[in-house]
Design a protein around this ligand. Structure first.
Ligand code: PMP
Length: 397
């Protein structure tokens, strides 16, 4: 990490030195033998990180999280299909709008209040009564800091013969998600969050059931986001052979192999490596929550059970606004984010805590200090040392 301000927004995030080194290399051809080997290895790494079931296919294509969402919407849904979106914020609402544009009949199931999750029985009833083909949910909605429990949602989909799709853009590799154990059909993300790369890649794993659904689609998706031409490319690289449909993001593909290797290096058993990865995020989140409590900051998520480990979405104290607080925090060496959800945008701010920083208590402590001192500079009484002590105590446990 360089001397520039620490990037603690909920994506893009700080990346490791090894990933930064990989990104800094000169571009490789998509056919270069070393790239072929690395990209195939990266796709294998995705299958391990996602805990993907047999028959599922990992995809890594140029793009963003929005493109990953779009590809799921347009490969699984035809004009007139019924779908259910369990929304926990801005990105769930975006998913619903995408599906409407695709011509789906969308039933949106909202949370009773911003900061909460939709009632599971209401989701079940919506899936059952509409005969939904697909159930969509956002694992962690970055606008609210709310995490859904994917298990009951994936189970509802299975019980009703529907597919389940989870937007993991602010969750994948930071929150517990075992695609095989859940029986989930698509788990999608982008490179710039807990995966630990710069922006630029859309990543997802699709189950055999999801791939069969694409094969049976009446109206094919736009070619650039169609799974069908991409699938043989991914399979070829995993078999050690170059292939072409559209130029892969070779630099990011090269770096993806490095980044996923770092995640999986925690243990020879990928399941244990992922458990360690998820726990590092849980521990970091607990420590931040301890500090926020000392500072009198309240989380937007209504209970701890629905609070994400990858970011903190916090109410601004009375009399403080983000345009004032953020520059104060920035002048202390840390970049945090303002609010995003339209209903609470002016009244909230967000601190991301995912990826490599979860193992860097110095960086995390600097963040607590910058927020605490920033609040004090805005006229809020803030126990800076108390917050850091609470952070340290919880992080050490
Ligand atoms: N879903 C979630 C949960 C996100 O946090 C984001 C990005 N903040 C997106 C989707 C969209 O990703 P992108 O900005 O890369 O298009």
């Amino acid at each position: 990490m360089s001397a520039r301000a620490l990037l603690m927004i909920p994506g893009p995030i700080e990346i490791s030195d090894a990933v930064a080194g990989a990104v800094a290399e000169r571009p490789r051809a998509h056919t270069a033998p070393d790239f072929v080997a690395a990209f195939g290895h990266a796709l294998d790494g995705m299958a391990a990180v996602w805990r993907a079931p047999a028959g599922a296919v990992p995809f890594a294509v140029p793009g963003s999280g929005t493109i990953a969402m779009e590809t799921a919407a347009s490969n699984l849904v035809d004009d007139g299909d019924a779908v259910v979106v369990a929304s926990t914020g801005y990105f769930g609402d975006r998913m619903a709008e995408m599906l409407r544009r695709r011509g789906a009949r969308v039933t949106l199931v909202n949370a009773p209040t911003v900061g909460d999750v939709p009632d599971v029985d209401a989701v079940r009833a919506a899936v059952a009564s509409t005969g939904a083909k697909v159930l969509f949910a956002t694992h962690v909605d970055t606008s609210t800091g709310v995490r859904v429990d994917p298990a009951p949602l994936a189970a509802i989909a299975r019980e009703h013969g529907a597919l389940s799709v989870f937007d993991g853009v602010c969750a994948t590799a930071g929150e517990v998600f075992d695609m095989t154990a859940l029986g989930a059909d698509v788990y999608l993300t982008a490179s710039q969050k807990a995966i630990g790369l710069p922006p630029g890649m859309a990543l997802w794993v699709a189950s055999a059931r999801a791939l069969a659904t694409r094969a049976a689609l009446r109206s094919p998706p736009p070619m650039s986001i169609d799974w069908q031409p991409w699938q043989p490319v991914m399979e070829a690289y995993r078999a050690g052979k170059p292939s072409y449909f559209s130029t892969p993001a070779t630099t990011l593909g090269w770096a993806l192999a490095v980044g996923l290797d770092e995640i999986l290096a925690a243990d020879a058993d990928p399941a244990k490596a992922m458990a360690a990865r998820w726990e590092a995020h849980a521990r970091t989140a607990r420590a931040f929550r301890a500090a926020w409590q000392v500072l009198g900051l309240k989380l937007l998520p209504v209970t701890e059970a629905v609070t994400a480990n990858t970011l903190s979405a916090l109410w601004l104290p009375e009399g403080v606004d983000a345009p004032r607080l953020l520059p104060e925090v920035r002048s202390r060496g840390v970049i945090i984010a303002g609010g995003l959800h339209p209903a609470v945008r002016e009244r909230t701010f967000r601190v991301g805590h995912m990826g490599v920083v979860t193992g860097r208590p110095d960086a995390l402590r600097l963040t607590v200090r910058a927020v605490a001192e920033g609040l004090a500079a805005c006229g809020v009484s803030a126990d800076v040392d108390g917050a850091i002590a609470a952070f340290d105590g919880a992080y050490a446990r």
